[in-house]
Ligand binder design. Structure first.
Ligand SMILES: [Zn+2]
Length: 282
């Protein structure tokens, strides 16, 4: 049984505010905590019957997990420039996908810790076929196109409640309580890791009974960006249609093509924030 883990950092146990995730002395502590939460999920997965686990590091520059401390049974996709973004390495051979350390969507709950959708610098709202999504729903739809079901999430309580609106039966480890976007009531990571391990194990045990998340084709993405310059530059891609000063729409026949195009547009929008060739604006 093969399990894929998409690992992010905002929902890692012990994380409460953004500065802990930037490249500074604090960050070194938190990337270790990220590695340990991921290890707890790996351990639970193997206990539950997994025979292979692949982890994709999906936060920031996508190379946060300390490979030298990773559970030796797993493999790690690390580094950026990935056409499949947070899902690089996923295919139809997997039996379940877990979301470890993930977070609420942009403009979701006011208590969700470090909430955003994929790129806080540019994405205001993301909709797929009319439904507002966060990263978990968006990635679960991509996994669904490979018939891989979403089986487990870990993060703050507001994030878990948000995910359960779409996946009511998903196994979850609530590793902190959101207080504000940049504050949380924490439990010691050692205790959080026990929750992750137990619930990840339970998730893998019932993975074969969980249905993949299937989104009907064609797939239409509506993206509202934070600035008009971000939206306009994405119209360099021919199928992108402007729907408002800051919003765009495109449609693809299949989910993975749409997912990759979305990621490409987000990359364009990020680079357009202050001028694609590096001008510095106010
Ligand atoms: Zn992140």
């Amino acid at each position: 049984m093969k399990i894929f883990i998409s690992a992010d950092m905002e929902g890692i146990s012990g994380v409460a505010t953004n500065v802990q995730l930037k490249k500074n002395d604090e960050y070194q502590r938190f990337r270790r905590l990220m590695t340990l939460d991921v290890n707890a999920a790996i351990e639970g997965a193997f206990k539950g019957g997994a025979t292979e686990v692949v982890v994709a590091d999906g936060h920031g520059n996508m190379s946060n997990i300390l490979v030298e401390e990773l559970d030796e049974r797993a493999r790690l996709v690390s580094g950026n420039n990935r056409v499949m973004c947070q899902l690089q390495g996923l295919d139809e051979t997997f039996d379940g996908i877990m979301f470890v350390g993930h977070h609420g969507r942009e403009a979701g709950s006011d208590r969700a810790v470090i909430s955003h959708t994929l790129a806080g610098i540019c994405v205001g709202e993301m909709r797929i076929n009319g439904k507002v999504v966060g990263e978990t729903e968006m990635n679960a739809g991509a996994a669904g196109s490979f018939h891989v079901p979403p089986i487990f999430v870990s993060g703050d309580d507001a994030y878990v409640a948000e995910v359960k609106e779409t996946f009511p039966d998903i196994e979850a480890a609530v590793v902190k309580t959101g207080v504000d976007r940049f504050a949380a009531e924490l439990i010691p990571p050692a205790r959080a890791r026990k929750l992750i391990k137990e619930n990840a194990e339970a998730a893998v045990r019932k993975a074969s009974n969980i249905k993949p998340y299937l989104v009907e084709s064609p797939i239409t993405f509506d993206i509202e960006f934070k600035g008009p310059q971000q939206a306009l530059m994405t119209t360099t891609i021919p199928t992108v249609e402007k729907t408002g000063p800051k919003s765009i729409r495109f449609t693809c026949d299949d989910y993975m093509t749409a997912y990759k195009q979305m990621w490409g547009l987000v990359i364009i929008a990020m680079s357009a924030t202050n001028g694609v060739l590096g001008e510095v604006n106010a």
